[in-house]
Design a protein around this ligand. Sequence first.
Ligand SMILES: [Zn+2]
Ligand SMILES: [Zn+2]
Length: 172
Amino acid sequence: MFLSIQELVLRDLPIAEVFSPGAVDYFDAHLRQVSDLVVRGVAILRQPTMEILVKGHLSVEMQADCDRCLEPASFPLSLDFDLVYQPLPAAMPEEVVLSPEETEIAFYRGLGIELADVVREQVLLALPMRRVCRPDCRGICPVCGGNRNLVNCGCRQEWVDDRWAALRNLVR
Ligand SMILES: [Zn+2]
Ligand SMILES: [Zn+2]
């Protein structure tokens, strides 16, 4: 769904879309959308500033490889969003230096906003920095490679410090 300026000039656009898995590209090979993504809301054009307001609610279940054990980790998301996009001035150079207060501002370029872009950004922002299957995930054993959530392999990590080995050789 394209939130087009041409239409927004005439009326507010109700949003009621379903993105099936695969419809939105998250540009992350370790991240999968495993349920329909349902988004509802409204897009409003604010004049004369030509800011586009997009607000609503989305829900989806995402799945990522656990950062510690690499097994699938599930992330059901249900979130409200209330966003303002400003038109990117035509004269603005490609590399814009933003002051700290301005970094939260989102821009759109051209004739409107692709809803899939809004949705992708909201999903990525909602996911935790550390994607783990559960808070107490014990990860993979560095010795035998076993999943320590499933097996108690009992491996002991032995640290061999070469400097001590060298000393021992001297004393011998
Ligand atoms: Zn895990
Ligand atoms: Zn082990």
